[in-house]
Design a protein around this ligand. Sequence first.
Ligand code: F58
Length: 858
Amino acid sequence: SIDTMIPLQSREIWKKHGVKKFEDADEFQSKFIQHVETTLARSLYNCDDLAAYQATSQSVRDNLVIDWNKSQQRQTARDSKRVYYLSLEFLMGRALDNALINSQDGTEEPGVQKRERIKGAIDQLGFKLEDVLEQEPDAALGNGGLGRLAACFIDSMATGDYPAWGYGLRYQYGIFAQKIIEGYQVETPDYWLNFTNPWEIERSEIQVPINFYGYVDRSGSESGDSTLSASKWIGGERVIAVPYDMPIPGFKTENVNNLRMWSARPTTEFDFAKFNSGDYKNSVEQQQRAESITAVLYPNDNFQEGKELRLKQQYFWCAASLHDIVRRFKKSKHSWEEFPNQVAIQLNDTHPTLAIVELQRILVDLEHLDWHKAWDIVTKTFAYTNHTVMQEALEKWPVGLFGHLLPRHLEIIYDINWFFLKFVESKFPRDVDLLSKVSIIEEASQERQIRMAFLAIVGSHKVNGVAELHSELIKTTIFQDFVKIYGPSKFTNVTNGITPRRWLKQANPKLAKLIGDTINDPQDDFLLNMSKLTELAKYAEDADFQTKWNDVKQFNKLRLADLIEKLYEGEDVINRDHIRNTLFDIQVKRIHEYKRQQMNIFGCIYRYLSIKKLLSEGVPINEVEKKYPRRVSIFGGKSAPGYYMAKLIIKLINSVSDVVNHDEEINNILKVVFIPDYNVSKAETIIPASDLSEHISTAGTEASGTSNMKFVMNGGLIIGTVDGANVEITREVGEDNIFLFGNLAENVDELRYQHQYHPKPLPEELEQVLQVVESGTFDGDFKPLVDSIRHHGDYYLVSDDFKSYVQTQSLVDDVYHKNKKEWLKKSILSVANVGFFSSDRCIQEYADEIWNVEPLNN
Ligand code: F58
């Protein structure tokens, strides 16, 4: 053991002084003051909210680091198998409140949770916890669902006591901040590290050299010029990877896991060639290039951009992470055959597929293992999660670009492909077609491309989709040939989930409290064991309980109204007097044609026109209101900077908002709101305020969706298509408690074909809307948007679903406004049955079915 290597005397001194966690309010205050005076070098007299945030975070972090150290020691001592979750994105949001909530350990006296005690302590120091929490910038190192999923997963892995690490990149700029100027999205850089980040621990003592470019030198290799045996890659550019660690606390456990994020630095190696040529300036410039690797997150959602810098990011991160993983494995002194019993690596999409190639390179070139023995280890180690079936999001790299940056890796990929195709040929001897269809190298296009998804499948032992419908779809479409080759058991489903700590307790403390009080669970055990929520079902029709339930919703709607007022610079958009009978209809997610925000805004226009028509016929406004009761349609989301159509959709929403919100004739019965700069912390305010949320993607396009689960967990109902996880949400909450509409995935191909070859006139509801858009009623040129439906095949099938969408919306109106009791019952029953969507359940499935790891009990 490590202990016996340290002299007795130093061990005793260490023990005597050993650091201690703060346990109560008093000890917290002492830590807080110490951090203000020493860490921040400030004092009582210049301690503002920001300093209070930093001192609080430092204090809480100290506690986490103590547990972190113990957890890591325990994991090493037990020699347990570790999980590594490789994700190019971790959309963490804020850390402080989450750490306070997760510090709850179940030992507290009933009713006084740790967070409440800290809140009191901060109060006494003259600050308000809410204001202190607001100081923290979001860690927005992700685009959308995929990045947030990774964040929920590491929370659940820590909570479930799994020995697991996340590996990512420490971007200096996260997803851009969105400004809306004259209705258009404008991107501004998100320099989130402006004030030092108290949650990260720089490990500058660890420096991993990473090579790029160069050539393969086979002159000294044992078996001549075979690419299959140990080869020497001489890199042409070298950078250093330095890790930054972020402690990830579990809920009600002392287990603290690690999120390791790599940052690129120049080497301090001396470049003789440059020096001799006297090119000092150039050599400095080249060094600066190093830092650019981890400078910025690529801001695309469901779209792959084939840029060299992106590939560099991917390799930099995979190589650094693998180096780290292999180093840790080697310390454990196991033989290489044991590697898959000690290490499970999960690939979050194809972005880390290079890790497969890098491990094969390490084993063959550096550790001199036989190719096949190495490949056996590799495939037993990796598993791959697919998040999309959309062609434009599937990663492919041109062979030329790839081979220039990573010459040895390209050889290895060719060899992997050669053995794979040989295997296919032996199984299906006369199927030449099949070979070109499944080849990792696509030959058909002008330039050869590496199909990363195929490489990920070949290099993994399991492939999973993220919701049942999606997992079935990948088996019958993009990966169908691989099912034929490997059999169906390699392909599986793990339906996504979300962490109830952040998305229920932290986002909606009032609802969490009501639930805890009602089911007699003062220690919030339901946040770990969500099946306890089913006890709520018996109160679904209880009038008293319904009132309390509704009061929480109204509180959250007011909280959102405050946020909107702040963002609209004081403009009174939401009429608070009517908030109780105003339906909040929310669609917040990345803006994408497949997610069909355009259909939602067309629906708003249709509603507006219908109201105006009745008014013009002389129907009095209170009668109009009966048909079109009060509603606020709330949108939020970012568009990729280069995605023209998505940006146009944002402009249309804002232009419609401008007209509708200032039309006094309609007496505020309809409002349209665009919330700028949607992010995780705003989501925590927005989601609990929904009566209805929209998940209306063209069937078959949204792999899962995860905000749908968040809305349901907060008592909102869904209007949605039969797509992604909506299908399983329907199964869990019951089809009476969700508003489904639209065409099914199985009909999409046929409908698209019809549009192309037998176009029909548009439904009259949509025709009306498009004509008004074309007439210039709303500021902007929306011709491309209208044309995509009228003339370019309506790929996302807005015209096919619009009528049933509008009809379903009026059904929603009826239930909400004419039968509020029925609505509340649906809302309560939904929460009662949402337990399946806890990410704790997902992690357990991954652990049992894919990783083969056990939780480590303290
Ligand atoms: C999302 N994908 C899916 N990709 O669209 C969503 O249905 C699913 O719920 C979620 O993953 C989690 O499984 C997604 O967010 C990206 O943002 C990639 C970023 C990098 C470029 C390619 C798309």
